[in-house]
Design a protein around this ligand. Structure first.
Ligand code: FAD
Ligand code: GLY
Length: 387
């Protein structure tokens, strides 16, 4: 076994969450090492569509309200986060205030949209009902059969690949140690009075990296890192999403806003590129794209935006969303292991929640109390659930 000079913080996982935390922690003066088993930025974050859409994606129930609070807070941080990232790196991250149109294609969808409208109005969220003619005035590419639409004008989007490029540059120039092709096998623990505390991590192959604190940000794989007692583990599951990257050979203009419909969404990048997503499938760690998944996405999108059939397919990809049992992220200190912080389980909102997660995790790394915003995100809420 080989040891090395220790760092203040070792971060397991170089996705949008791990990199955002690393950059912000380094700016606060901590020495930081990101340990990435593959290539940083090539996990689920690279596949994401990039919607920053807490209003369009608001969901019923207590978990939905918790997510909405986090999402709206993080959406408010995005403009400043993007500005700082762009200033630090010279890399544009594609932040657009596009707004979202939620579109109904038949009577059932229209009834559901009315229920969604009432729910959003009860929370005083910025959303308006549009008649079909008004929706088609906003987006002439919509099919004449559209029955009803809602508009959430404040929703935004970014290009996650540009964000990842910028975060990698920002981390490197701030002095974060980035170790790729470096899988972490175990968190190392030592007795600390009656409880335990982290001392570092062990890599595949046996090398040790000593660290005073560890952030576990390994996305859908976070539940599989070894070394933790059963009551300190978080059950994270992979939720498969298939997605298409499309391009209009005639340039931009088919759509200006994000269009969401039952079963999917179309996200315009503003330069003639579109993202069409996404399936939501419980299939373990399977990563194979399927004809059925792609067929359904294209069929549903084409039914609402017929011009989709003219777009060229540039890429078909699959990602694994990190989901917890209640689909709310796990962000917080492990109750039974000192020095371990979880930053995972961001499910369908990891791009949206990256700035807020980074801010809250870094304040914990610096010794602050846990922010009340994180009530409902604590790791120990799953201590009775098998990992
Ligand atoms: P990842 O990006 O997967 O990063 C985790 C990293 O950990 C990986 O690089 C992995 O290689 C590494 N790792 C794993 N195990 C180890 C180990 N043992 N040692 C070292 N490294 C390890 N979110 C939004 O906000 N808006 C969207 O529009 C959106 N669209 C989406 C569309 C699709 C189709 C999908 C699949 C997801 C979408 N998401 C969206 C969700 C978002 O992509 C995720 O929530 C987010 O990427 C999670 O980021 P992460 O850093 O936790 O995970
Ligand atoms: N938030 C979009 C997705 O997960 O597909």
């Amino acid at each position: 076994m080989r040891d090395n000079q220790g760092v203040d913080v070792a971060i397991v996982g170089g996705g949008v969450i791990g990199l955002a935390v690393a950059w912000r922690a380094r700016l606060r003066g901590l020495s930081v090492c990101v340990l990435e088993r593959d290539v940083a930025g090539h996990g689920t974050s690279r596949v994401a569509a990039g919607m920053l859409a807490p209003v369009a994606e608001a969901e019923f129930g207590a978990a939905g309200r918790r997510l909405l609070r986090l999402g709206r807070h993080s959406a408010g941080l995005w403009p400043g986060f993007a500005r700082e990232l762009e200033a630090a790196t010279g890399t544009y991250v594609g932040l657009i205030k596009s707004g979202t149109l939620l579109v109904a294609r038949d009577g059932d969808d229209a009834g559901e949209l009315d229920r969604q409208l009432a729910f959003r109005e009860s929370l005083e969220l910025p959303v308006r009902r549009l008649r079909p003619s008004e929706a088609r005035e906003l987006e002439p590419a919509l099919a004449p059969t559209v029955r009803l639409a809602l508009v959430a004008p404040d929703d935004c989007s970014v290009d996650p690949r540009l964000v990842l490029t910028a975060l990698l540059r920002a981390c490197r120039s701030a002095g974060v140690q980035l170790r790729e092709h470096t899988p972490v096998s175990d968190i190392e623990l030592a007795a600390d009075g009656t409880s335990q505390r982290v001392t570092g991590v062990t890599l595949d192959g046996g090398e040790r990296v000593s660290a005073g604190q560890i952030v576990l940000a390994a996305g859908a794989w976070s539940g599989g890192i070894g070394g933790l007692p059963p009551n300190a583990r978080v059950p994270v599951r992979p939720v498969k999403g298939q997605i298409l990257r499309l391009r209009d050979p005639h340039g931009p203009g088919l759509l200006r806003q994000v269009v969401r419909f039952r079963g999917g969404y179309l996200v315009p990048r503003g330069d003639g590129a579109y993202v069409l997503g996404a399936t939501v499938e419980e299939r373990g760690f399977e990563l194979a794209p399927t004809a059925g998944g792609m067929y359904e996405l294209l069929r549903d999108a084409h039914g609402l935006v017929p011009g989709v059939s003219e777009l060229q397919i540039e890429e078909l990809s699959v990602g694994l969303r990190p989901g917890t049992p209640d689909n709310v992220p796990t962000i917080g200190r492990a109750a039974s292991v000192a020095g371990l912080i979880w930053a995972t389980g961001h499910y369908r909102n990891g791009i949206l929640l990256a700035p807020l997660t980074a801010e809250l995790v870094v304040s914990m790394l610096c010794g602050c109390e846990t922010d009340p915003l994180l009530s409902g995100c604590a790791p120990e809420r799953f201590s009775a659930v098998p990992a």
